[in-house]
Design a protein around this ligand. Structure first.
Ligand code: F6P
Length: 537
């Protein structure tokens, strides 16, 4: 570690960047060298006020970061760094509609989607608040109509990435609030097993498809939408299936060309990124499932977290604290992985949702100016709901050679007949944080736990729409804060393009008519894979 930190310092001196020349950055690198001998457990023993110092609470969420390998000096320098990186200025610019997504020349205004009516939000010189609230009114009217008419028993959202993960995760999380007479399904994968697996559970005469795609060009979504349309046409023996479709898109023309009625097309705008779009009409399937009032409560919770992020001092600011401790782990202590561990079955899709939110935002290696960054940025994120994860990969968390910082999420009140389930579940969450920190001395090396494995814990009173909204906004702002500190553009995603393009080149060569030899410029592995697919087909 000492050696690698020395090499790191040399590397950063050689390739200086706007961040590495900051005084706080340099101080943090020095503190990271000292952190080698830091014991979290001993820090608790020598400071009875450690929890008081290192926790904060807002919007029904408690954050305990006292089990991180931090000291008051480390936190002081991290706050200093946030100041030197002009976090407050970037925050004002984002909320103010400045085009901070520079590579796409776009404003980043998902926060405006959850602001109350009458609060001005400007994009390209236009107040977008009326557009947002007009769309919310349309969503409300549509939900009421669907609930009153009772024409549908199934809603199938067809979308992928940000057009799937947000509403899908939230729909799972808010199951206790869902209408039991209207079942919602989510189809994302271009693998036919996904679509046809869902269709098997649907009555064609009583199914509504929502095609959710900002661009209305995404291959997976368009393929699934076409197949769904064909299925309806065949099952209902009519070409006119418009009654069974709605769309959420920026590309109205393409949605209309697909056969979706204009009054069933809900807008999304270029100042909303896909992975930040849950709060827009992309939330329509969720809204249909849990009802408009619950959807509104979700927006209110997110807005409350926005206010907290804007107004609370950094020392008490949940997104800033989560971001800074994550930054300390990733960039200064060089822990490459982060485990996200919700102790709530209802949050079982939360790790996948955060994977896109975080890794598509900060999985980048050049800064805003296109210069390679000489420091580690976004971590690899994985996770699973507790206690299932305990019986799968926690062995590595406790005794593996890689230190994996963990973020635990504990939900106190259950919506289900609890008996003794809830105390058991929560005892595991709390117990794991302590076990990871304390470790265990044992003469038998197989049974020895080194401990000193850092974690933070978020405690939610109840997983209701308001608190879920606040939780998601907390993570959005955490990721934004880290992007500012790493000097990244967190709002583009050029890294997903190349694979799509090459798949497009490979596709024609997989058809039986194509000659394998026709495929241009393939290396021997790629050609052999193409040939294997052709011969197994
Ligand atoms: O492939 C990445 C991506 O562009 C995501 O950022 C986005 O959420 C997803 O594809 C879906 O895009 P669309 O909503 O345009 O179908």
């Amino acid at each position: 570690m000492l050696n690698s930190m020395t090499q790191r310092k040399e590397r950063e001196e050689l390739h200086s960047s706007p961040r590495t020349s900051l005084a706080a950055w340099k101080a943090l690198l020095d503190l990271a060298r000292e952190a080698r001998s830091f014991s979290i457990r001993e820090a608790f023993a020598s400071d009875p006020r450690r929890f008081d110092r290192f926790h904060a609470q807002a919007c029904g969420i408690l954050l305990d970061y006292s089990k991180q390998a931090v000291t008051p000096a480390v936190m002081g320098q991290l706050f200093q760094l946030a100041g030197e990186c002009d976090l407050a200025g970037w925050r004002t610019r984002m909320f103010g509609g400045v085009a901070i997504n520079e590579s796409e020349n776009r404003a980043v205004l998902h926060t405006a989607l959850r602001a109350p009516a009458g609060q001005t939000a400007m994009a390209d010189g236009v107040n977008i608040s009326p557009l947002i609230h007009d769309t919310l009114s349309r969503m409300k009217a549509f939900c009421e109509q669907v609930h009153t008419d009772k024409a549908f028993t199934s809603v199938v959202n067809i979308g992928i990435g940000g057009s799937d993960l947000g509403p899908h995760m939230a729909n799972e999380a808010l199951k206790p609030f869902a209408d039991t007479e209207l079942r919602t399904h989510y189809v994302s994968n271009v693998d036919a097993a996904h679509l046809y697996g869902v269709l098997k559970e649907c009555d064609p005469a009583r199914t509504l498809f929502i095609v959710t795609s900002k661009t209305f060009t995404t291959q997976e979504t368009m393929t699934n939408a076409q197949s769904a349309k064909l299925w309806l046409q065949q099952e209902l023996e009519t070409a006119d299936v418009a009654e069974h479709f709605a769309a959420v898109t920026q590309n109205t023309d393409k949605a209309e060309a697909f056969g979706i009625r204009r009054d069933r097309i809900f807008p999304i705008w270029d100042w909303v990124g896909g992975r930040y779009s849950l709060w827009s009409a992309v939330g329509l399937p969720l809204c249909l499932s849990v009802g408009y009032e619950n959807f509104k409560a979700l927006l209110e919770g997110a807005h409350a977290m926005d206010r907290h992020f804007l107004e609370a001092p950094f020392e008490k600011n949940l997104p800033v604290l989560l971001a800074l401790t994550g930054m300390w782990n990733r960039t200064f202590l060089e822990h490459a992985v982060l485990a996200l561990l919700p102790y709530s079955q209802l949050l079982h899709k939360f790790p996948s949702f955060i994977q896109q939110l975080d890794m598509e935002s900060n999985g980048k290696s050049v800064d805003r100016d296109g210069t390679p960054v000489p420091y580690p940025t976004g971590p690899v994120i994985f996770g699973e709901s507790g206690t299932n994860g305990q019986h799968a990969f926690y062995q590595l968390l406790h005794q593996g050679t890689t230190v994996v910082p963990c973020e635990f999420i504990a939900v106190v009140q259950s919506d289900y007949p609890s008996l003794d389930h809830q105390p058991k579940l929560l005892s595991h969450a709390i117990g794991q944080t302590k076990a990871l920190m304390d470790g265990k001395a044992d003469p038998d090396p197989q049974k020895r736990f080194d401990g000193n494995r850092p974690s933070s814990t978020l405690v939610l009173r109840h997983l209701d729409p308001y608190t879920l909204g606040a939780l998601v906004a907390l993570y959005e702002h955490k990721i934004f804060t880290q992007g500012v500190l790493w000097n990244l553009n967190s709002f583009d995603q050029w890294g997903v393009e190349l694979g799509k393009k090459i798949a497009g080149q490979v596709l024609p060569s997989l058809s039986s008519e194509a000659l394998s030899a026709d495929t241009p410029d393939l290396d021997s592995s790629t050609r052999a894979l193409v040939d294997a697919v052709r011969s197994f087909s």
